[in-house]
Write a protein that binds this ligand. Structure first.
Ligand SMILES: Cc1cc2nc3c(=O)[nH]c(=O)nc-3n(C[C@H](O)[C@H](O)[C@H](O)COP(=O)(O)OP(=O)(O)OC[C@H]3O[C@@H](n4cnc5c(N)ncnc54)[C@H](O)[C@@H]3O)c2cc1C
Length: 467
């Protein structure tokens, strides 16, 4: 069925929206309700991935928990598809939709830091760069993503991989509580004491269980000055350099984190890069990094002391919002020389100079948490692999998507059945979804039936509630 409200085509809903209901909702919200044609609608419907171009019927830019609850109740009353938006960085564009209702938390940016208790509370629209700046004011931090314009909400709910994880665990390992608007619009608190099963599910189960309006994190002393940067080696030596780096990193101190990367220099030359961050005592930084500087003759080196907030922005420019992106990712038990070779061989033929292949080193504190303790089960992963096609011209979509698919065809047979839920694309199918939740899937499915039996929150890496 297709009908119009206020000039907006809404497709697929089953219940009639009475005249004036949208106006009533607009009046009830503290935030802003947008429909097509409203000033700000075009900007508000944009998400990070420029490949995603959808037109929601309604966008509620929520000003607080009451707005979120009202928006959920409205969407349910009229069977509107809900998309939940934190930072808008979902790779497959799950935070927007055609014809449905985007519940946008981006105006909700309040952060409160309690330096004595080493805790922070942050609302669901906060971005990592904002939380990092607020916590670093007190020499504290929580593991956050490696790109500062990513949202805390989606990233935390999937697990949270970042520079601090080898010392302080995944983001979810520092999550203390979450305020949640449930599928029926009720307000719940989830923590080890309150709704502990929901709390477990939120730590890796993504956006399946409710809308988190506020996160509470345990903070750790970090920086403010750390040691970090990038070493670039000739691409011709990529396999040897990345293999030798892997060998050194296997026994390197946990204060050292590294991301191995195939990239192109600003002049367009392919490079084998090693991005590093050392979070320990500054005196230990140079000796810890020295073996990585001697792997070959570097063609570039940008290393040195830098504030943690700068480390967190080191690769911001690689993945700016609005470019076109397509990806494949997998968790690795070990980084084999053969995998590096396949990745390098494909990278040499990559059609876009902006594209990258990365291997993020995991381990350390991540691996010390039991696989059952949270809904992120892949605790023993040694690396997270991601190949990201990045380009600007819509006419080049086909060749850039094809490049990833061809790399994936060659690499996939070598890889274990495990992927980080936040790095799944939208076109990978049920088996890969299962690979993301791994052994946590059945427990998550039972909790989905309890907390969202109607699958109201389904625009995500969806766990369908069992019948
Ligand atoms: C450039 C870039 C860099 C990245 N780097 C890292 C990294 O270093 N480490 C890492 O772990 N991941 C990383 N990711 C992946 C990232 O974790 C996911 O893309 C994540 O979903 C982004 O969160 P968001 O709030 O910005 O996304 P959004 O698109 O706003 O949300 C994504 C999904 O999360 C859910 N969601 C969002 N907000 C809420 C909420 N308040 N309550 C309930 N559900 C919600 C919804 O299902 C939504 O569809 C990166 C992604 C990008 C694009």
């Amino acid at each position: 069925m297709t009908r119009l409200i206020q000039g907006v085509t809404i497709t697929g809903e089953r219940r009639a929206i009475p005249a004036g209901a949208v106006d009533d909702l607009r009046a009830a919200l503290r935030g802003t309700l947008l429909v097509a044609g409203d000033p700000g609608y075009e900007e508000a419907r944009r998400v990070w991935n420029g490949m995603i171009d959808r037109r929601p019927a309604l966008i509620a830019q929520c000003a607080g928990i009451a707005d979120v609850a009202r928006a959920v109740q409205f969407a349910r009353a009229y069977d509107l598809l809900i998309a939940v938006r934190g930072g808008g960085h979902s790779f497959p564009g799950h935070s927007t939709c055609d014809g449905g209702f985007v519940i946008d938390l981006s105006p909700m940016r309040t952060i409160q830091v309690d330096p004595q208790a080493r805790r922070a509370r942050a609302e669901g629209g906060v971005l990592w760069g904002e939380l990092d700046r607020a916590t670093q004011q007190h020499g504290l931090a929580v593991t956050g993503g490696q790109v500062s314009h990513t949202g805390i909400a989606g990233l935390t709910l999937g697990g949270g991989i970042g520079w601090l994880m080898r010392e302080h665990g995944l983001t979810v390992d520092s999550l203390l509580s979450a305020d949640v608007v449930s599928a029926d619009g009720a307000q719940l608190r989830a923590s080890a004491e309150e709704n502990p099963e929901l709390f477990w599910a939120l730590r890796g189960g993504g956006g399946n269980f409710g809308i988190v309006t506020e996160f509470e994190y345990r903070l750790h002393p970090v920086g403010p000055m750390l040691y970090g940067g990038l070493i670039g080696y000739p691409f011709a030596d990529a396999v040897k350099v990345l293999r030798d780096a892997r060998d050194y990193l296997a026994t390197a101190p946990e204060a050292l984190s590294a991301t191995l990367v195939l990239l192109r220099s600003p002049e367009g030359h392919p490079l084998a890069g090693i991005a590093v961050c050392y979070t320990g005592d500054p005196a230990g930084a140079e000796p810890a990094i020295a073996p990585l500087r001697r792997l070959d003759t570097p063609v570039m080196e940008q290393l040195g002391p830098m504030p943690y907030v700068a480390v967190q922005q080191m690769i911001d420019q690689v993945a700016v919002p609005g470019l076109r992106y397509y990806m494949r990712s997998n968790l690795l038990n070990a980084l084999d020389e053969e995998m590096i070779g396949i990745a390098a061989e494909h990278f040499a033929r990559c059609p876009s100079p902006q594209s990258i292949v990365i291997f993020v080193q995991m381990g350390g504190a991540v691996a010390r948490v039991s696989p059952e303790a949270t809904a992120f089960p892949h605790r023993q992963a040694a690396y997270s692999f991601t190949a990201l096609s990045i380009w600007t011209d819509p006419n080049a979509d086909e060749e850039n998507v094809a490049w990833i698919k061809s790399l994936w065809t060659d690499l996939r047979p070598k890889l274990p059945n495990a992927v980080y839920v936040n790095e799944l694309s939208g076109d990978e199918g049920e088996a890969r979804l299962r690979a993301a939740y791994g052994p946590a899937y059945e427990r998550l499915a039972a909790l989905k039936r309890r907390y969202d039996p109607a699958n109201v929150f389904r625009l995500n890496q969806n766990i369908a509630p069992p019948a």
